[in-house]
Design a protein around this ligand. Structure first.
Ligand SMILES: [Zn+2]
Length: 156
């Protein structure tokens, strides 16, 4: 069974080597969709009976580990040194420095890495993160899927 929870956040970014609009400093209303696989919990009387995971808990984990860190932050590529230095000159600015340019693809991979460590099989129902989808706009998104990217190690 697969379940998905969607969260939204606002963030700034720029793609420094982009040939068009995305090289400018700008922002997006991002959406993050977290898909988990697992067996339906059948324990009679358990609060999670009939569920893979309580959607509130799916949300709380993604919120705590990704959305709280990225919402209203500027997401910047570590090699984009002019912008990194500028952001560091702003007192208390919320900046997230990433090892790769902040495209939807790289944000999906980064969120997958963070969340793969955060969703644990606490119910014994084989709960596992399967996919993280990041929408940069309503029409453009990227999927980080377990087992489909060399940088994402499966955990069985
Ligand atoms: Zn953009």
């Amino acid at each position: 069974m697969l379940i998905t929870r969607r969260l939204e956040f606002d963030a700034g970014h720029r793609i420094p080597n982009h040939s068009s609009n995305c090289r400018h400093l700008h922002g997006h209303r991002y959406a993050l969709e977290v898909t988990l696989s697992g067996n339906i919990i059948t324990s009679e009387g358990a609060p999670e009976q009939g569920m893979v995971m309580d959607f509130a808990e799916v949300k709380a984990i993604a919120q705590r580990h990704v959305v709280d860190a990225w919402d209203h932050a500027f997401l910047v590529y570590a090699q984009d040194t002019v912008v990194v230095e500028f952001l560091r000159s702003l007192p208390g600015h919320k900046t997230v420095v990433l090892a790769a340019p902040p495209t939807a693809e790289n944000l999906a991979l980064e969120a997958f890495r963070i969340l793969d460590a955060a969703y644990r099989d606490v119910y014994g129902n084989q709960l596992k993160l399967e996919r993280v989808r990041v929408y940069e706009t309503p029409n453009c998104w990227a999927d980080a899927v377990r087992g489909q990217d060399p940088s994402l190690q499966g955990k069985g």
